[in-house]
Design a protein around this ligand. Structure first.
Ligand code: HEC
Length: 226
């Protein structure tokens, strides 16, 4: 009996030694798969299509994961999105109620905004916003910014950069929200002083509700890009 016990112990321990010599990353026989295989998404791991899906309709059977941040996510330090819809109502009414979220610019801010204006806008609008940039004749229909801007609220100028207007495309993919709001501030410095600096950029009066300068309808182009 004693002999039998010794032999049995020997066989068992050899078996244990052999089992433990297998691939270290393999859990061996799995009795509870949920414990052995994590269903949490691991950044650089291969995505197992039996477990994860990019199709929201499959969520429930599988784990929905598409690498994108949830809708409405705002990156740290980024300004809130401009939520005015791209239609003439948004342009004429809602955009006028959006205030410039930035503090008044410093000299450095204006210098940077001027640099961005000269890169992105001056080709058509000219360095002073007078619609005389080198591309103005080619593009056609370029309007003088400084002729209109004294009557435009900050939100309306931002709206034009967000969505574009007729022959002008959206500048949302090229310029961050902060850069675009700074350009609005820069445009204010281009306006002729005698015209009274930016009456429409100040707060919209509560009793009128809206500060639409003129009830014109402008054909809008371009989709929301960012
Ligand atoms: C490719 C040429 C082009 C570029 C570059 C361009 N625009 Fe324009 N922009 C236009 C045209 C054309 C119009 C006139 C649209 C229309 O018919 O209402 C316009 C109109 C505008 C208006 C409205 C003027 C009004 O009276 O309705 C503003 C404000 C404006 N642009 C600002 C900018 C700013 C700021 C930039 C740079 C970020 C810029 N534009 C870059 C072509 C351009």
């Amino acid at each position: 009996m004693k002999k039998f016990a010794i032999i049995a112990t020997l066989i068992l321990s050899t078996a244990v030694v052999f089992m433990s010599c297998k691939d270290k990353r393999s859990p061996g026989s799995v009795y509870m798969p949920d414990m052995a295989y994590s269903r949490a998404y691991e950044s650089y791991a291969e995505r197992d299509s039996a477990v994860f899906t990019m199709n929201p309709a499959d969520a429930g059977h599988k784990i929905f994961y598409n690498n994108l941040p949830p809708a409405g996510t705002i990156k740290r330090g980024e300004l809130f999105p401009f939520n005015v819809p791209n239609d003439s109502n948004g342009l004429l009414n809602l955009s006028n109620q959006v205030k410039n979220p930035l503090a008044p610019p410093t000299g450095k801010d204006l210098e940077e905004a001027g640099r961005l204006f000269n890169i992105n806008c001056a080709v058509c609008h000219g360095p002073k916003g007078e619609a005389n940039g080198p591309l103005a004749a080619k593009v056609g229909g370029v309007k003088s910014i400084i002729a209109s801007s004294p009557g435009f609220s900050d939100g309306r100028i931002f709206f034009v950069m967000e969505y574009g207007q007729n022959n002008m495309g959206s500048y949302a993919p090229q310029l961050s929200r902060e850069q675009r709001w700074r350009i609005v501030q820069y445009i204010r410095t281009l306006e002729p002083k005698a015209a009274g600096n930016s009456p429409a950029s100040t707060e919209v009066k509560k009793d009128t509700g809206m500060a639409a300068p003129k009830p014109e309808i402008v054909k809008l182009t371009g989709g929301r890009a960012g």
